[in-house]
Design a protein around this ligand. Sequence first.
Ligand code: ACO
Length: 369
Amino acid sequence: MAEQIRVPKGLAGVAVTETSISKSDPSGQLIYRGYPIEVLAEKSNFEEVAFLILKGYLPKKYELEEFSSKLQREMRLDERIYTLMKLFPPNSDPMDVIRTAVSFIGSLERKDSLESKQISIAAKLAVIVPNSHRALLNHEFVKPREDLSYAENMLYMLTSKIPEKEDAWIFERELIFYMEHDLNASSFTVRVVASTLSDPYSSVTAGLAALKGPLHGGANEEVMEYILRLRPEDAENFVREELKAGRKIMGFGHRVYKKFDPRAVLSKKYLELLARKKRDGERIYKVCDMLEKAVWALKQIPPNLDFYAAPIFYLLGIPVSLNTPIFASSRVFGWLAHYSEQLEENKLFRPDAIYVGKKDLKYIPIETR
Ligand code: ACO
């Protein structure tokens, strides 16, 4: 047997595959298919970036129209998915509802091409996410409208109101930021499942399971819990106490970005814009700003995307329990691009482990144990 190669825990700094989808860089840069995130945030829209991530190039006008109308068409959910969502106990985590619903779609659909499966999964997730919350509250389901863009439609279904243009624009930026981030834990999970030649429904189901954890997507819900609890003048004390107790402050830190997360920098600007016109906005912005300063002063750790996306979603009127599901509804495009890329030059992921358990134990029959 070949000699084992020991790598750092959590595979930090270990390149396990090649990708041309996106790259995050410790200097604070993020590119999607070669385009800086700042440029896409300023000039593009959700459907165009989703096309770019999935297909690798910016679409021509007719390609974008075709792609957008396919997404729109595929938003229609089989009634059995709505029925399934109603079966969950009211205190369930919406991520459990969503994960199960995606898995169920895999049993209902009989689509031929990978592309049609990808579009279907992503489009349906946009409808499942807002309706997972409604199912748990036993509220009536809301269906997408044909006259709204993807982001507008999601915000409409999340809040039951046709969104104002500026609100939808800010929401769309956050969706773009959440769409892709090279080999994060959930995308790696999707690739591991894809490497067994499993189907995209199963791979996305696994991605959802990985995203649910508080060290990954789950952080954006915990962030809002303490932002709402604190006053600006409490921020420094809170940080001090958390650090003293050895607890991690959710929404801070990143495996790649050690100085700043470019998505958080942009999101802070959008939060400031939004905060000016929303009730309680100014206070929330101030709490965030004070927390950011305190964490940097005491531990030199920058905020990540979750830290600023959470208050943006809150001020847009979105229930906090849907923060991670919204992350999923956008990241699904990244996952599906990783799924395809993995299959292009597939090699089964099957690492090794160093055995540190006991050896040569004597088996004692159950009667004499
Ligand atoms: N609060 C306090 N200290 C922190 C934090 C934090 N949020 N994040 C990292 N640190 C500290 C660690 O305690 C450790 O300190 P030490 O060297 O004194 O022991 C040091 O920074 C390195 O931390 P690691 O956890 O080893 O770094 P890693 O690269 O593995 O961590 C991670 C990345 C998991 C995101 C971490 O920063 C964390 O747990 N953050 C909170 C959860 C969070 O916000 N997750 C969202 C990630 S972004 C996203 O999914 C969009």
